[in-house]
Write a protein that binds this ligand. Structure first.
Ligand SMILES: [Zn+2]
Length: 362
């Protein structure tokens, strides 16, 4: 596979699918990403059953209906109808407490979800067993792959790996996880979840070749029909997320972007000097825009006439993966978000792996 190079010097247009705006699918799809649902809060990705029930109650009271990711694909690709306020609920990492606590609450509300599992831990203490996974599937939930081993190096080699060895490992993570889950649940597995949210164009191409239909990130945007199906945005849910914060995500709007530099999924082999986004003409009504890089606001410049936002990096980025978020507002304070991921590669590859992995919340 060939990694794209030198992304600092050219603008990367979104994939063809991203430029299509099927009139038949005007809806947006927020995606919630849960991990553990347990009475005991063990980390920033655990919610109590009481809080989970509160979230489900909020969704029900505000007219949301859960849809599957297949339903979202069918709406985007074929204009299949959706309920008025669709939302997608996902669970990562195959924790046992997901079937013990979350599944019964989902059933109370008539909601369905997608569970992303990785086979190497299935059956371990605190994790789902294959019987549990089959039971979730029998309840109507979807099962997706979260790779084979939850590697933090899906998108780049380890220091000791050459390119050929890395590519073989990538294939195993992508293909073997799919095959193993399919063999155990006797259903096709066509949805993928990037471990730690790390991806790039080469990983996306591998997924497509393996027959996956979608992949979810942890880029905190809601999705529109313009969002590529291999980079669906999600909001990670933590133990302090009350209704107001939940509503803030659910009410976000997709931001129409023409080009982004560095582009989504790109590996910058040159030192990235700036981050710059051009909004598409549909963004003409926006009155303010600001940029976040790795979850921090940066001193970006907004040019409303040219509909561009740019940020000159004060120093070269360390090698690693970077989440960029463009937040914009219209005159009525509606909040629009476009979020994406790019990678800074360098000769010093591997030098700051620990730092880069600690930047991601998952
Ligand atoms: Zn995970």
């Amino acid at each position: 596979m060939v990694f794209a190079a030198g992304c600092t010097h050219k603008e990367i247009a979104p994939p063809a699918a991203a430029r299509v705006q099927p009139a038949a699918c005007p809806a947006t799809a927020p995606v919630l990403a849960y991990h553990r649902v347990s009475p005991k809060i063990t980390n920033q990705m655990t919610v109590t059953p009481a809080l989970f029930r509160e979230h489900m109650r909020y969704l029900a009271r505000h007219g949301f209906s859960t849809i599957s990711i297949d339903q979202w694909c069918n709406a985007v690709e074929r204009g299949a109808p959706l309920p008025a306020r669709p939302v997608i609920i996902t669970f990562d990492d195959g924790w046992k407490d997901q079937i013990v606590y979350a599944a019964p609450i989902l059933r109370e509300f008539g909601f369905l979800a997608t569970f992303y599992i990785y086979p190497t831990v299935i059956g371990s203490p605190l994790q789902l067993s294959w019987d549990d996974v089959r039971a979730l599937a029998a309840q109507g939930h979807a099962i997706g792959s979260h790779s084979l081993s939850h590697t933090e190096r899906l998108n780049r080699p380890y220091a000791f790996e050459d390119q050929a060895r890395y590519e073989r490992r990538l294939m195993r993570e992508v293909y073997d996880s799919k095959r193993e889950i399919e063999a155990n649940i006797s259903r096709p597995v066509v949805h993928f979840c990037y471990p730690y949210g790390y991806y790039n164009t080469a990983v996306m191409e591998s997924l497509e070749r393996a027959g996956y239909r979608t992949a979810v990130t942890v880029n905190p945007q809601v999705n529109s029909s313009a969002t590529p199906l291999m980079t669906l945005g999600r909001r990670i849910v933590g133990p302090a997320m009350r209704d107001a914060e939940l509503a803030e995500y659910l009410e976000r709007l997709p931001l129409p972007v023409a080009t982004a530099v560095p582009g989504d999924g790109m590996i910058c082999t040159d030192r990235a000097g700036r981050v710059r986004v051009s909004l598409s003409p549909q963004g003409a009504h926006l009155v303010d825009a600001r940029l976040k890089l790795s979850f921090r606001w940066v001193d970006s410049t907004w040019d409303p006439r040219g509909r561009t936002i740019s940020y000159a990096l004060p120093q070269p980025l360390e090698p690693g993966a970077y989440t960029a978020e463009l937040h914009a507002w219209d005159a009525r304070s509606n909040h629009y978000v476009y979020a994406w991921l790019f990678q800074q590669d360098a000769a010093a590859r591997g030098a700051s792996v620990a730092a880069s992995s600690s930047r991601r919340p998952q």
